[in-house]
Design a protein around this ligand. Structure first.
Ligand code: COA
Length: 260
């Protein structure tokens, strides 16, 4: 596909999506949101991709938020439409059949932080800065930040970030559990790609079931979630990979995964 604001590159079974509006610090306008949505449809239908990595073009920003110049003149009905468009996209990223990693290579603010929150795993460069500064614009986070952020880091810290609009360093974000890992700027891409490739090399039915168990289970009462886990665990025993993985262990050899 041809996208004006995205770059796509394949590294084996990993597709890297680079949001490419560096002059606007990769701010997400409706056109870029639409392109991301279309790109996800294509990648999800492509069995050659097992893991997706999202990063930003240039050395300053992952994504500096929703595009403020587009949002400034909106009326409430139009604002709701933009919120719905981004929420729909971020929901599909969160529930994607593929694992999605964010390589946060600079500012991840507002909608940029919310995009990262929708990913399965977040790695950040040393110099990255994260935050939800919407309060400074007279608005609230509207791309699911008020919901995903407290679920990830707890209510108190999430409220502090959203109410102060403070930007925090990658190291502070790591301490809060907002990012999984901080790496030197010049190692971010390779380290994230390495993790993506490691996950791509695992048996993919189990990969998908782990994502489903965590994401869906977290939305259920714990006793129901544990029942759900047992069903997904049982499902693994219908796969060739379970037989192969356990046989390989017992025969002291490497498994040969079939992803089925
Ligand atoms: N929407 C639209 N344009 C944006 C943007 C956004 N969210 N963030 C940055 N830009 C644009 C700037 O307007 C500027 O464009 P210009 O060169 O045409 O003037 C360009 O990107 C570079 O940004 P600039 O502010 O000059 O860079 P900086 O290094 O001084 O500051 C930031 C970087 C990230 C601190 C600052 O750009 C910022 O605060 N951005 C907005 C963050 C935000 O509130 N996000 C939530 C939006 S809901």
């Amino acid at each position: 596909m041809s996208a004006k604001n995205l770059l796509l590159k394949q590294y084996g079974e990993v597709t890297v999506i680079t949001i490419n509006r560096p002059d606007a610090l990769n701010a997400l306008n409706p056109e870029t949101l639409k392109e991301l949505d279309e790109t996800f449809s294509e990648i999800e239908a492509n069995p050659a991709t097992k893991v997706i990595m999202i990063t930003g073009a240039g050395d300053k920003a992952f994504v500096a938020g929703g595009d403020i110049s587009v949002m400034q003149p909106l009326n409430p009905l139009q604002a709701r439409t933009v919120a719905r468009q981004a929420q729909h996209l971020f929901n599909r990223i969160e529930h994607s059949t593929k694992i999605v990693l964010a390589a946060i290579n600079g500012y991840a603010l507002g909608g940029g932080c919310e995009l990262a929150l929708a990913c399965d795993i977040r790695l950040a460069a040393d110099s990255a800065k994260l935050g939800q500064p919407e309060i400074n614009l007279g608005i609230i986070p509207g791309w699911a930040g008020t919901q995903r952020l407290p679920r990830l880091i707890g209510k108190g810290k999430a409220k502090e970030l959203m109410l102060t609009g403070n930007m925090i360093s990658a190291l502070q974000a790591e301490k809060l559990g907002l990012v999984n890992k901080v790496v030197p700027d010049d190692k971010l891409f390779d380290t994230t790609l390495e993790m993506a490739q490691k996950i791509a090399a695992k048996p993919q039915v189990a990969v998908r079931l782990i994502k489903q168990a965590v994401d869906n289970g977290m939305e259920m009462p714990v006793d129901k979630a544990i029942d759900y886990e047992a069903e997904l665990f049982a499902l693994c025993f219908a796969t060739e990979d379970q037989k192969e993985g356990m046989a390989a262990f017992l025969e002291k050899r490497e498994p040969n995964w079939k992803d089925c």
